[in-house]
Design a binder for this molecule. Structure first.
Ligand SMILES: Nc1ccn([C@@H]2O[C@H](COP(=O)(O)OP(=O)(O)OP(=O)(O)O)[C@@H](O)[C@H]2O)c(=O)n1
Ligand SMILES: [Mg+2]
Length: 396
């Protein structure tokens, strides 16, 4: 198979392949970029595999960075682009199910492709646009299958994260798991516990935000993978709501909030759960606010001040969650009410503490209460946002 028309990301990278070939080495585009080209997905970056050793790659180009030189990867800066160039390699050892004990460089592309995870990711393309397909990755692209290269058990023992990658690709590509690959995940799901949470999280979030996340999440539960994830052990029944959502989440904060809501976590446990997953404090704070907003809106009629305190973005996220869960909330009218609020931020209030002091109020808890009354009054439309009107309203 030969591709006649190549997108710009590839043509821009051609001189890199040419330079390596001119220096006497073999060089190919490999992995996700070739897969995405063939199924017409947007391509973010291209990866290059070569017979040149890292030192030789560095000698071929003027500018390079040792990004992962111990694994054979050099990042080359060329013609305004940046390219990861990895020496053909095979890996051996894998005592810990995540990193090869040693990387062995090999002299041909075939050996390199053999140790890759899935057939659809084990494709290479040369400078002429010819596809190298040793494991019928093209057939699996047609059949919409995620299938391990060679023996699935071996591939998952080499790197257990690949089991998460399998369900992540299901979601992103709307593919199915091939039978033996699926069986190998079921049989080996416990190996995932050896993998760092950061790496698992990255795949989990990609799964959640992919177009087919609900079906992929079902497999994440059914294969046992969820049992190896922070805070999800023994929670299959609760998480089983996810595949029945009206649609998948389209934002990370909405996704984590949904998980927290499905798990029915008390407010006090949200931060610890988010930390276990190595989420940022900012994400954790955002999720806490969205979940609190969702709880409030589900439990009682929100006042204008409630809406003000929730804020536009968290309101939208909470309403989105209610919609995905099929819990009817009067979303439109709540949003309309929010948009009609006289002010959206405390800073928009025309008075502040200093102003109250100038009116003769002493710095004290009472001053704070006055300020709060002024803010509530303005937000709820009981008084105009004007110092004179507020002074009369507060009777000062
Ligand atoms: N655990 C892994 C990770 C990666 N790879 C190989 O390395 C390539 C590049 O990896 P990566 O960029 O992580 O994944 P992509 O398949 O390119 O997917 P994405 O579009 O998310 O980058 C993969 O296609 C695959 O051939 C692998 O065999 N095993
Ligand atoms: Mg990639």
């Amino acid at each position: 198979m030969k591709i006649s028309y190549l997108p710009e990301v590839f043509t821009a990278a051609m001189p890199v392949l040419e330079k390596l070939e001119a220096a006497g080495y073999e060089a190919y585009f490999v992995g996700g970029c070739v897969r995405d080209l063939l199924i017409k997905r947007p391509i973010h970056d291209v990866d290059i595999a070569t017979s040149a050793y890292p030192e030789e790659v560095k000698q071929t180009f003027a500018k390079s960075i040792d990004t992962g030189i111990q694994h054979g990867t050099v990042t080359v800066l060329y013609g305004g682009g940046s390219y990861e160039i990895t020496t053909f390699r095979t890996e051996s050892g894998y005592q810990d199910f995540r990193r090869p004990d040693k990387v062995t460089f090999v002299q041909n592309l075939d050996e390199d492709l053999k140790r890759r995870d899935f057939t659809i990711n084990a494709l290479a393309m040369n400078r002429q646009g010819e596809i190298v397909d040793l494991f019928d990755g093209l057939g699996d692209l047609d059949r919409h299958l995620i299938k391990a290269v060679g023996n699935a058990e071996e591939r998952f023992h080499e790197d257990a994260l690949r089991m998460m990658r399998a369900v992540r690709f299901m979601s992103q590509l709307s593919f199915q798991l091939e039978g033996k690959t699926r069986q190998a995940i079921v049989a080996n799901h416990e190996l995932l516990s050896k993998i760092s949470v950061e790496r698992i999280r990255e795949e989990f979030v990609k799964l959640a935000l992919g177009p087919d996340s609900r079906r992929a999440f079902r497999e994440f539960l059914d294969t046992g993978l969820s049992e190896e994830c922070p805070g999800l052990k023994g929670q299959k029944a609760r998480l089983a709501i996810f595949p029945d959502l009206k649609a998948g989440p389209d934002e990370e904060a909405v996704f984590w909030s949904l998980i927290v809501i499905m798990l029915n976590l008390p407010v006090g446990q949200i931060a610890a759960f988010m930390r276990e997953w190595k989420n940022s404090n900012a994400m954790s704070q955002q999720v806490k606010k969205i979940v609190a907003a969702f709880d409030l809106l589900s439990q009682r009629a929100a006042s204008d001040f409630d809406l003000f305190a929730i804020g536009r973005e968290n309101l939208q996220a909470a309403l989105k969650i209610a919609d995905l869960l099929g819990q009817p909330l009067p979303g439109r009218s709540l949003q309309d009410r929010y948009e009609r609020l006289p002010i959206k931020q405390s800073s928009e209030l025309t008075i502040d503490g200093q102003w109250l002091i100038r009116q003769g109020i002493k710095p004290s808890p009472a001053l704070g209460q006055l300020l709060r009354r002024a803010l509530t009054g303005v937000v709820e439309g009981k008084v105009d946002n004007d110092p004179d009107a507020i002074a009369a309203f507060l009777q000062i």
